[in-house]
Ligand binder design. Structure first.
Ligand SMILES: Cc1cc2nc3c(=O)[nH]c(=O)nc-3n(C[C@H](O)[C@H](O)[C@H](O)COP(=O)(O)O)c2cc1C
Length: 171
């Protein structure tokens, strides 16, 4: 487990290679195993491999989303606002996806979307829901994750990167 955690980095450049269906299925299967408050599972995932839609997703917020443009796979994560812990639950699911992708030798990057706006100041939530044809009022976008074969090298973290001084022990 620690090896995987040291290896996981945010990858923002992707090769022009599709992600195999079996790998997509494994990411989804693993993600659906993530825990949620009162086991409510208040998530909704949209798995996008359509290049035109992915290009539009890259425009879903004013900064920090452009990297998804060349990704072969983007999974957009919505949460049910009626569930008290929807932000935590969707974030755990995104963390699982990030780690599942790393474990399959895929690069990935989390792109936060909740409460953001597009370049022309439109709500990111409304933009993404319209683009993906999500009609349910209770669903709100949390983030998306770009996934693909890495076209950049990022070194593994080392123990020297870790902020052990952030931890207090009480025995
Ligand atoms: C909640 C969250 C939101 C993030 N949002 C973005 C984003 O919108 N755009 C982006 O390029 N990276 C985003 N990232 C990636 C972080 O910048 C990255 O995890 C951080 O710099 C540490 O680098 P590492 O993932 O390689 O360890 C996000 C990460 C998290 C956990």
């Amino acid at each position: 487990m620690l090896d995987l955690l040291y290896k996981r980095r945010s990858i923002r450049k992707f090769k022009n290679l599709r992600v195999e269906k079996e790998k997509i299925n494994e990411i989804i299967e693993g993600t659906l195993l993530s825990p949620s408050g009162r086991n409510k599972k208040p998530w909704h995932f949209v798995v996008v491999t359509n290049k035109e839609i992915i290009k539009k997703l890259a425009e879903s917020k004013n900064t920090g989303a452009q990297l998804v443009e060349e990704a072969p796979l983007v999974i957009v994560v919505f949460g049910d606002k009626n569930a008290t812990t929807w932000i935590e639950d969707t974030s755990i699911a995104l963390t699982y996806m990030h780690l599942l992708a790393t474990n399959l030798d895929l690069g990935s990057c989390w792109v936060q979307l909740r409460d953001r706006v597009t370049k022309d100041e439109k709500s990111t939530n409304e933009y993404v829901k319209k683009l993906l044809d999500i009609k349910e009022d209770n669903l709100e976008v949390e983030a998306m994750i770009a996934i693909g074969y890495a076209d950049e090298e990022k070194p593994k973290r080392t123990k020297d990167d870790l902020l052990f001084d952030k931890v207090k022990y009480i025995d």
